[in-house]
Design a protein around this ligand. Sequence first.
Ligand SMILES: NC(=O)C1=CN([C@@H]2O[C@H](COP(=O)(O)OP(=O)(O)OC[C@H]3O[C@@H](n4cnc5c(N)ncnc54)[C@H](O)[C@@H]3O)[C@@H](O)[C@H]2O)C=CC1
Ligand SMILES: NCC(=O)COP(=O)(O)O
Length: 339
Amino acid sequence: MSKQSAPRPIAVTMGDPAGVGPEVAARAWAARREHNLPPFVAIGDIAAIEAVWDGPVSRIGDMDEAVRAFDAALPVWHLEDSGPLEPGKPTPAGATCALHALETGIGLTRTQASAALVTGPVSKHALHGIGYTHPGQTEFIAERCGVTATNAVMMLAGPTLRVVPLTVHIPLSEVPERLTSDLIVAKARMVARGLQRDFGIAQPRLAVAGLNPHAGESGQLGGEEVRIIAPAVEQLAAEGILIDGPLAADALFAPGIRDQYDALLCCYHDQALAPFKALHFHDGVNLTLGLPIIRTSPDHGTAFNIAGKGKADPGPTIAAIAMAARMATARERSCAPAK
Ligand SMILES: NC(=O)C1=CN([C@@H]2O[C@H](COP(=O)(O)OP(=O)(O)OC[C@H]3O[C@@H](n4cnc5c(N)ncnc54)[C@H](O)[C@@H]3O)[C@@H](O)[C@H]2O)C=CC1
Ligand SMILES: NCC(=O)COP(=O)(O)O
């Protein structure tokens, strides 16, 4: 008889203890039955949860204990005291705790103690204040997993739209020089593979947005489409990837056009995230393709302006946990020996 392996919980980092991360993790647990969420464990300062939520918590010491506790209480992997806590007021001690939670979550997932990693929102400004040099969590996780930043691809996924910012956390003025044909080719390949592996789409259809108005109007309104984007699309098409572009970004998000594609590749952060959040602010997931581990995240930030006020919507965290669970199941099935 084959031995049944114990289910592994999902590691959910709380992010900055002064942000909305602790409360959305707690409220996701409260909604676990309604959303059929698998066992997960919140990682961070237990006091950050207790400051904003009066539901049951269980301080756990290993992942099996988390699975046993999950039905009756939110399992918390307590890391450290992050100092005096005031929701909405980030501190260096809080940023340090958020970073330790991220390190712990990555470690637990890389060693397969947890099935997937869901990261809570951090303040990049507060992290940089304690010496963190990565642009976001994506690049940090990639580095810890031995993956180059180019091959760790940020995707925002919701029920009706998936977008990929080809350049991410850089000033807008640097986008034209950082957008290269090589970058587009590398990221589009990872997107096509990721959609096959993690979303079960056999032949993903991609589109690349133009950078300039009207996708450059044949070079009259900017040269990036002709010099950079079109040659990349040509190369990808020659490799057998189904891809269109450069397409005018203003119309690309219209219903009837966006629906023709499995993912839209956009030249810069807000070209991708502004339309995405207009559609999926309450159920959007940020995920990283190209990693050996599964990593998802709610699509919002620390929301210091509403932290601790009971206003934070747990919808994106619920969606991030549910998506991580589906991806873990898909990867486990693809690795299972054929019967
Ligand atoms: N995954 C991550 O770790 C992310 C971190 N950030 C960081 O968060 C900090 C704040 O960034 P902002 O641009 O202000 O974005 P933000 O997402 O924190 O807030 C933007 C607006 O959305 C609202 N909001 C955010 N989450 C909400 C929720 N769950 N329910 C209801 N309303 C919500 C906020 O109250 C605010 O009005 C920055 O330091 C940024 O770097 C931003 C995006 C993602
Ligand atoms: N705007 C998306 C975002 O800031 C998330 O970045 P990351 O921390 O997941 O790299």
